[in-house]
Design a protein around this ligand. Structure first.
Ligand code: SF4
Length: 314
């Protein structure tokens, strides 16, 4: 039975390889994608790496295996390319928590503030933002801004983490959150620590504040990769999306990466939206060139400005 499934999967992979070559396409995949997608991708990375690669590529087609705002960002940075999203239903619940009307209202209430939006926002919200940041560069970028008052959208936990690093600035936080990271409690990590007393705990700043406080290391996905694969501890407890396990085991298989969830469970640190892309859907969009990201010209231009500010700082 397994052999039959593997054979079928290999057929899909062969089709993807044939089509990407024929159509000069590149496949970009986020670290939270299924392992089998990471394995066939041309580039695997976090939001910032993928945004940069989308901007640099000379491919004619970009297939973006991530959630919708990521594929939109690739289109905004590279509007002449055809950007295909394998599954349009793969969105980000946290990005959907922020609205243009709400951001404009906050701007009106705080005219002296700068709107800093996490890259995890939909294109329309980017158009009313002054600067975009990722979890890797948020502290660095915001520290360099002249403004003393920051409206941070949409992740209240990343925002409050950044605010603790930059106490000289005032932060107004949008009350959004990432459900998979928010659900991770300190108790879940401490229970694992009891089982592996010598382990280090590394978490993403999208986790809630109480969880962040008990971690040995707090960082973006790529910073967690660097920490987990190079720190002295053999056992590392990881508080971020479970798709990262596949990549960590590839980079340094000699270590034990302990995640608080079973990979089949939709909930704590398992983003079901990220898992809506499949190899079959990638083959399908490559073959039929469907699910193209189409954005109005004015949205592309306005949303690009705050992205360019970020890319000029980092
Ligand atoms: S992990 Fe969280 S922030 Fe990332 S796509 Fe899923 S819901 Fe959105």
């Amino acid at each position: 039975m397994t052999a039959v499934i593997d054979e079928k999967k290999q057929e899909v992979i062969n089709k993807i390889n044939y089509l990407r070559k024929k159509k000069n396409a590149v496949i970009l995949a986020h670290y939270y994608q299924r392992g089998e997608i990471q394995d066939i991708a041309d580039v695997v990375g976090d939001s910032l790496e993928l945004a940069r690669r989308a901007q640099e590529t000379d491919a004619d087609i970009i297939v973006f295996a991530g959630v919708k705002f990521m594929a939109e960002t690739a289109k905004i940075l590279n509007p002449d390319k055809k950007v295909l999203h394998p599954n349009p239903e793969s969105g980000c619940p946290m990005a959907d928590m922020a609205t243009v009307e709400g951001v404009l209202k906050l701007k009106e209430e705080h005219p002296d503030a700068v709107v800093v939006s996490y890259i995890n926002t939909n294109a329309d919200v980017k158009t009313v933002s002054d600067v975009i940041v990722t979890s890797r560069n948020a502290v660095n970028v915001i520290r360099k801004l002249e403004a003393k008052k920051i409206i941070f959208v949409p992740d209240q936990f990343l925002g409050s983490y950044v605010a603790r690093q930059i106490p000289e600035k005032e932060f107004i936080l949008w009350k959004g959150f990432c459900p998979p990271h928010f659900n991770l409690t300190p108790d879940q990590l401490l229970a694992l620590k009891e089982k592996y007393p010598d382990a280090k705990i590394a978490v993403h700043p999208e986790c809630n504040t109480e969880t962040v406080k008990i971690a040995d290391f707090v960082g973006s996905t790529s910073q967690i990769i660097e920490f987990a694969t190079t720190c002295e501890a053999k056992n590392v407890i990881i508080g971020t999306e479970v798709g990262l396990k596949h990549w960590l085991e590839k980079v340094n298989p000699d270590k034990n990466y302990i995640f608080p969830v079973n990979a089949d469970y939709c909930g704590t640190v398992h983003c079901c939206d990220m898992k809506k892309n499949t190899l079959e859907k990638i083959a399908d969009v490559l073959e039929n060139e469907t699910n193209e990201i189409i954005l109005p010209e004015d949205i592309i231009q306005k949303a690009k400005r705050p992205l360019d500010v970020m890319l000029s700082i980092v």
